[in-house]
Unconditional design. Sequence first.
Length: 339
Amino acid sequence: MILILTSPDDVHADAAEAELGRRGAAWFRFNPADVPARASLSVAIRDGLLTRTLVRHPDPQHAGAGRRDAAGRQVVDLDAVTAVWFRRPGIPVAPAQLGESHARFVVEESRQFVGDVWETLDVPALPAPRPVVLRAQQKIRQLQLALRLGFDLPATVVGNDPDAVLELFGDTSGRLITKQAGLTDLGDELMRFTEPVSHRDIGHVAGVRHCPFIAQARVPKKVELRVTVVGDRVFTAAIDSQRSNHARYDWRRQDDRNTPMSRYDLPEDVAARCVALTRALGLRYGALDLIVTPDGRYVYIEINPSGQYLWVEEETGLPITAAVVDLLTEAAPTPGAIP
């Protein structure tokens, strides 16, 4: 049985489940945010054996699904798990009746406990076990490994030292961009896209000391590449971001009409380097962003261990979902779907 850990509105998991169903594979989808308010996890050690059980409390949304006990609860034996996909697992949510301080305690205890349970599942994990994913998200480490593997990298400064940023601004003749150093997401209000630095901006460089960020030389772009690595397979799409004023500095601002996407034939040596970086980070999956310059250089920007891919598949037809399911089912011999 494949355990898919994600939110209820995850369309990537929806697509993977449809593919699993076509193959007759067994899976179970669960959102860790349901613990402890809507679900229970337990680990027992008796007679020299460790067992793990997941119980989802009665919920109209799951009526009639799966095996249920006398109380109408859905009971899942986690010892049957053959692979786990950490897609977009939510953070545990405390019962609504708890006060604020008690709720914070319950959330933190539940978060640590749930993560501990997943670590006892000695099965293949995609993209990797959670501690590995958290370490792989560290952007400076990504840059360090990419440099060791021979990627072409832009001149970069990471931190909160105004003098270092000012020096890089001078070295690049003012052709500089900035972006987040971490993965903090506090919603649209504080969403941080990649932005160019103007001479007016650099007049406020002293403010850099208040928060670390990444500053890089602005790389000229012919196209941008989204390279999705699934195991040893590489799927590459070209994003023509320079056709759009909105997307030219950050393709996440793309619109379908002005930012076309197409399949791209990545040179074998670059593709091998992408796989090598994914492996070096301990991952079985990774979504890399590269820039192809007008003079044909391939410049590394970053890798996301849990990067979205369905939008690439829908636009280009690249069979990424099937490749993901291939990895998940390698060690799943028992057929039969579990809702």
